[in-house]
Design a protein around this ligand. Structure first.
Ligand SMILES: *Cc1c(COP(=O)(O)O)cnc(C)c1O
Length: 307
């Protein structure tokens, strides 16, 4: 199978222009030639290898209706010859939005779980019973967002593809798996910064620590979460943030995604404006993809972006 022989191609690093800092670079994961690009591919890689090693042909995972993770899993499953099942939070809405339609086009079978039940998606017994009742055949279960120990391992490898003189790696944070992978992969003089896309995301500190439990040498590593750039919550995209995305596109020629990298870059620009970025440290900011999510947004927002 292709999976094992995959050597990683170089990642394009572009300088971000900002009048107050010279140290910001963008790592274009979103341009990598993998199914769904971005960080999700790295999170899936060792999960797919594990499923293959266990002889399991079907992947089962979870996500919201605009989930980059469902999108990436559907693509990767199709590309590497797995079947896939997506358990979607909430009720079915027809016609399907572009994200879910894409999943179906890639062969993913969709099931819907009520919001109350969805909160229990990490309870193994509950999920087994729910799947049995829905007559969903068993398969390799991947948690929401793909964040587990295999994900951490996949992202950890990525650190080696970033410039060797990187001082700080900055990433957007949803479930924390990506951040945990970078923490596992950095050298002791390096740092990881995460900008949380969710409101009240203090719980991420614990989640990240438990994702790192398989790595002995992470205790003294430098990392911090920035919790104040969530804009009111996970899927919130107020006009001010949208104008920032538009401005960023005009000035840097790069489209950010509506949920994660928009908040990440806004946060870093805000710190730069306030002279709160360290001088003489090279900050490599991760463009983790996710632009597919624009297709699901209301017309007004898309028009605004394409102006
Ligand atoms: C999922 C995602 C993230 C966050 O990754 P986590 O590992 O869940 O923290 C960041 N950026 C994009 C574009 C994503 O799709």
């Amino acid at each position: 199978m292709l999976l094992k022989s995959h050597t990683l191609p170089p990642i394009t690093i572009t300088k971000i222009s900002h009048e107050k800092t010279d140290n910001l670079y963008l790592a274009r994961l979103d341009q990598l030639p993998y199914p769904a690009g971005g960080n999700k591919w790295f999170k899936l890689k060792y999960n797919l290898l594990e499923a293959e090693r266990s002889g399991i042909k079907q992947l089962i995972t979870f996500g919201g209706a605009y989930s980059n993770h469902l999108y990436a899993t559907a693509e990767a499953a199709d590309y590497f010859g797995f079947q896939s099942i997506g358990i979607v939070r909430g009720e079915e809405h027809l016609p399907l939005n572009d994200t879910l339609q894409h999943c179906v086009n890639k062969g993913m079978q969709l099931f819907y779980m009520s919001r109350e039940e969805y909160r229990r998606k990490t309870e193994a017994d509950f999920i087994q019973r729910w799947m049995y009742e829905q007559e969903i055949p068993t398969g390799y279960l991947i948690p929401e967002g793909g964040s587990n120990a295999f994900a951490v391992e996949g992202v950890r490898e990525l650190v080696g593809l970033l410039p060797s003189d990187t001082d700080i790696i900055a990433t957007a944070c949803g479930t924390g798996g990506t951040m945990a992978g970078f923490i596992a992969g950095i050298k002791s003089h390096q740092e990881v910064w995460g900008v949380a896309a969710l409101k009240g995301a203090d719980f991420l500190v614990n989640d990240i620590q438990s994702l790192l439990s398989g790595y002995q040498d992470t205790a003294g590593k430098n990392w911090k979460l920035l919790l104040d750039y969530h804009w009111g919550g996970y899927a919130k995209l107020p006009d001010e943030l949208l104008s920032f995305v538009q401005q960023f596109k005009k000035e840097q020629g790069i489209t950010l995604d509506p949920t994660y990298t928009s908040k990440l870059l806004f946060g870093l620009f805000d710190l730069a404006d306030k002279n709160r970025l360290p001088k003489n440290k090279k900050i490599v900011v991760l463009h983790t993809g996710g632009q597919q999510a624009w297709d699901g947004l209301p017309e007004k927002k898309r028009i605004f972006l394409s102006e």
